[in-house]
Design a protein around this ligand. Sequence first.
Ligand code: SF4
Length: 215
Amino acid sequence: MLRSEVRTATIGINEIYPTIQGEGLLAGTPSLFIRIQGCNLRCPWCDQPSALSFKEEKKSLEELLNIISSYPHRHVVITGGEPFTEENLHLLVKELLKMGKSVQIETNGTLWQEGLEEVANLIHITCSPKAVASWYIRSEIRKYAKELKFVVDEELELKDLLRFEDFLKRSCVVLQPEGNKERFVKKALELQDRLLSLGYEVRVIPQLHKFLGLK
Ligand code: SF4
């Protein structure tokens, strides 16, 4: 039986679909993607323009959980848009954990939500800092994120990466060439070499789902 708080909650969803996780440290994992509606930033190369605006129409959390349980996937990726713009994100995460799901949140790192601290160590938070936010990330994200993923484009420079020494020391930084373009693959490999010479090991991981022709 769902608690009344959960029974009455709604979630702004852009889309739900099964695929594999194509990015970052968990690449290759069969995953159910829950794309939250709305984002607080506007990155120039954003590949999810349909998820950027906030729409009035929402799904009840109960209905969403029923949809999720109709899929066999253990791993659920909550992405966007920006998941932290959804005020009931913490309720969704807690219900998914109760269902025995492994939960990943992909965030730009600029927002946080009360109520997530108690489960933050049980989930995989992937933070992708953004140039449009001057690479700012919240202290809670810095504390709980298990992975920092940087899109390598014209703008990203070594000095931007060096702001995140705590993550570099833990070897949990991923460089993702924008759009899998050749010039950004080359740049990512150069950045990897430069970081290696400074004593930091980072991974270069292109978008695997695109190679496989998946969404
Ligand atoms: S933070 Fe993500 S969803 Fe938002 S504009 Fe940037 S790339 Fe798009």
